[in-house]
Design a protein around this ligand. Structure first.
Ligand SMILES: Cc1cc2nc3c(=O)[nH]c(=O)nc-3n(C[C@H](O)[C@H](O)[C@H](O)COP(=O)(O)OP(=O)(O)OC[C@H]3O[C@@H](n4cnc5c(N)ncnc54)[C@H](O)[C@@H]3O)c2cc1C
Length: 417
């Protein structure tokens, strides 16, 4: 039997690291046990031939309230994407920029064929309505599905299919738009307030940024935990680690397994294809959307248009993303992706070199309507045993950070600090 930090944390994803951070700041020592070979969980970046490959396309929204509290955005070297999207529909591309964030593109947005004039006014009024609220008040708003919320606001079929379905389908990894309308409103508000960005050194830098700032913490990589209780954990090696408190900061399936609870929510999945290209197919750091909803690619981004550091000099990195489980095997899917992108960008796609594919079955826990009826689930399972992760608050970096902080605060409350 061994004693480690006062608190043991299982999982070095964003939630576990944020929990350790708050405890360390209060002078409580932590030991984080991580099954993987690095910190970050779902937020990691691989290096391949000088390219930075995030494990699935993802971005940090600079307006996330929790990120604002703990991230030094400047030190992270964030590179921003444009506000809006380039929509591919009926054989052509149409830009839909956010006129509030790109005033010079106001006329272009107004004339854009992606929706009707009434749609654009409705976007403006939704924006004003949500901006008038404290973001946390969104979790108390009436809850339905995202699709229902859009329809009941009177958005046209055209803008729903061309913009909202591929854009928010890409954000939630749920093209059915059955995701809770609270999640939609929160994310819409975050896009209205801040930027979508990636760090110069890749998304994995976000986890390292939090990790290097921990003060009294030991992190043990490649150390899976098999059992947890309020007095510590059992490692897979059989070793027993005693502690004053235990925090389970794994994804929801692993948490259910460790705690002997049923897994309650299904997962949303995605497949990300990375290509190296001699020249970018678009010049802007903008999300390109499948407005025809034919797939398989739902959204595409040229990462090097946002951050040049993602590729060696003279090359460009393209991320093409498929949402949901696919019937095709990886080779067939890659061929279908190439065929679709050739239809979009022409023969230049033949010169794109496929670098790597990330198939992520467990990307985000599903968040259907009513799943966020309680947007902040209890983090204290019993005195001495706590839980955090993006399945506890909302399925996002913000939710993971927030739940980690809340678990640490519950520990401190029980330690009477
Ligand atoms: C492709 C993709 C795109 C995304 N896009 C965005 C986006 O654009 N914006 C956004 O805000 N969010 C996005 N997300 C969601 C965001 O990345 C997650 O919500 C967040 O990273 C979850 O963090 P977590 O700490 O809760 O869980 P995880 O990152 O899953 O961390 C859990 C950790 O626990 C470890 N672990 C599990 N079991 C054990 C065990 N038995 N013993 C020890 N360790 C264990 C795991 O190895 C892992 O490191 C995306 C996610 C993916 C996958």
């Amino acid at each position: 039997m061994n004693s480690h930090g006062e608190v043991v944390i299982v999982g070095a994803g964003i939630a576990g690291l944020c929990c350790a951070r708050v405890l360390n700041l209060a002078g409580i020592s932590t030991t984080v046990f991580e099954a993987g070979d690095d910190v970050g969980g779902r937020v990691r970046t691989d290096k391949l031939e000088g390219f930075l490959l995030d494990r699935g396309f993802q971005v940090l929204l600079t307006s996330y309230p929790e990120a604002r509290k703990i991230i030094d955005m400047e030190a992270l070297g964030l590179r921003m994407f444009a506000h809006g999207a380039l929509i591919r529909a009926e054989g052509k591309f149409t830009a839909l920029h956010d006129p509030f964030r790109h005033p010079t593109k106001f006329v272009e947005a107004a004339l854009s064929s992606a929706g009707t004039m009434s749609d654009k006014l409705k976007v403006g009024s939704l924006r004003s309505e949500l901006k008038a609220l404290d973001p946390s008040a969104i979790w108390d708003r009436p809850e339905t599905t995202t699709l229902e919320a859009l329809k009941s606001r009177g958005f046209s079929e055209k803008i729903i299919e061309r913009f909202f379905r591929p854009f928010y389908g890409g954000v939630f990894l749920d093209r059915s738009l059955q995701t809770s309308s609270r999640m939609f409103e929160f994310t819409f508000r975050m896009f209205a307030d801040g930027d979508a960005a990636v760090p110069d050194a890749g998304m994995g830098a976000l986890a390292r940024h939090i990790h290097v700032r921990l003060r009294c913490n030991e992190t043990r990589l490649r150390t899976p935990v098999d059992r947890v209780d309020a007095n510590g954990v059992n490692l897979r090696t059989g070793q027993r680690i005693m502690a004053r408190a235990t925090v389970v900061a794994t994804g929801q399936s692993a948490a259910a397994q460790l705690l002997g609870l049923p897994a309650t929510r299904a997962w949303c999945s995605t497949t990300c294809f990375y290509f190296a290209a001699p020249r970018p197919p678009v010049d802007e750091a903008i999300l390109v959307l499948d407005g025809d909803n034919r797939g398989p690619v739902n959204h595409l981004a040229v990462l090097t248009n946002a951050a040049k550091s993602y590729a060696p000099a003279g090359q460009h990195l393209i991320s093409a993303n498929v949402v949901g489980q696919q019937a095709m095997n990886e080779e067939q899917l890659l061929a279908a992706v190439r065929a679709q992108l050739t239809e979009w960008f022409g023969t230049e796609v033949a010169a794109w070199r496929h670098l790597k594919t990330y198939s992520i079955a467990h990307a985000l826990p599903e968040q259907p309507a009513q799943s966020l009826a309680e947007a902040r689930r209890p983090v204290r399972l019993q005195k001495g045993l706590y839980i955090c992760g993006d399945h506890i608050d909302q399925a996002s970096l913000n939710g993971a950070m927030e739940s980690g902080r809340r678990a640490a605060e519950a520990v401190m409350e029980d330690f009477k600090l």
